[in-house]
Write a protein that binds this ligand. Structure first.
Ligand code: COA
Length: 257
């Protein structure tokens, strides 16, 4: 692969952005490879959790600005649509996804992190959407996902000022779930992923769908999705195992069936 490294280790599918000399700037090739590799991991039953991270000192410094010179309004629209589609796809994966933010998460890099379920950041890093300084604004879903993650006023502040904020400020406003020193980032992220891997993957998949799509629907539709999905969970062996394990005072062993 030209722009990514991937591996599967102990149930975790790793997708590692790999253009470190360009701070993992996201070009068209990286978008294509991200979509293809995420799809492979979604379909591979060996993979229980997917972690996105970056090689070098950045998670990603955003869309590759060197490609912007050639863009006109139609090709820019298509590039944004392509990026958005890839982020939409990543968000739709029914397995848990984690952005392990090892360094700068800026622009499209932060938008990729926003398409993941969880963001765990190194204390030393900074995050932001600096596109306004180029006379544009986030185009890979950031205007919509950031508002839904941290609310309108804070989202507009980040998008309109283009300010980079520290990981601890990002945690304070709910942009990241957890901040840890870079030296323990991998260990802490794996620890968190391992906790998710102990749960029923079917229940995780159903509830992720209900939370994601229910939230963007009228309340009654979301509540109905919740009840329907709750009923579906009762058709699984994992539900029987979870309830029996509780009643028998032992730890449940979920099989994803
Ligand atoms: N697109 C393309 N190339 C990028 C890039 C991007 N988004 N971000 C960084 N790079 C490249 C730089 O051009 C440089 O390449 P070079 O060595 O061939 O000149 C290399 O990555 C290292 O970046 P550099 O700027 O020298 O690192 P730095 O530590 O001084 O600064 C940043 C780091 C993140 C503050 C700075 O690179 C930056 O502001 N990047 C752009 C962020 C942005 O606007 N993102 C939104 C894009 S829409």
């Amino acid at each position: 692969m030209e722009t990514l490294e991937t591996k599967i280790e102990n149930g975790i599918g790793w997708i590692i952005l790999n253009r470190p000399d360009k701070l993992n700037a996201i070009n068209l090739k990286m978008l294509e490879e991200l979509e293809a590799e995420a799809k492979k991991f979604e379909e591979n039953s060996e993979v229980k959790v997917i972690i996105f991270t970056g090689n070098g000192k950045a998670f990603s410094a955003g869309a590759d600005i060197s490609q912007f010179k050639e863009l006109n309004s139609i090709s820019a629209w298509n590039f944004a649509k392509k990026g958005r589609k890839v982020m939409d796809y990543i968000e739709s994966i029914t397995k848990p996804t984690i952005a392990m933010i090892n360094g700068y998460a800026l622009g499209g890099g932060l938008e990729l992190a926003l398409a993941c379920d969880f963001r765990i950041a190194a204390a030393e890093t900074s995050l932001g959407l600096p596109e306004i300084n180029l006379g544009i604004y986030p185009g890979f879903g950031g205007t919509q996902r950031l508002v839904r993650t941290i609310g309108k006023a804070r989202a507009l502040e980040l998008i309109m000022t283009g300010d980079k904020i520290s990981a601890s400020d990002a945690e304070r406003i709910g942009l990241v779930n957890k901040v840890v020193p870079l030296s323990s980032l991998k260990e802490e992220t794996i620890k968190f992923a391992s906790r998710l891997m102990e749960k029923s993957p079917i229940a995780l998949a159903i509830l992720k769908t209900v939370v994601l799509y229910g939230n963007d629907s009228p309340l009654l539709d979301g509540l109905n999705m919740e009840s329907l999905g709750w009923g579906v969970a009762f058709s699984t062996e994992d539900e029987k195992e979870g309830v029996n394990a509780f009643l028998e005072k032992r730890k449940a062993e979920f099989k994803g069936k």
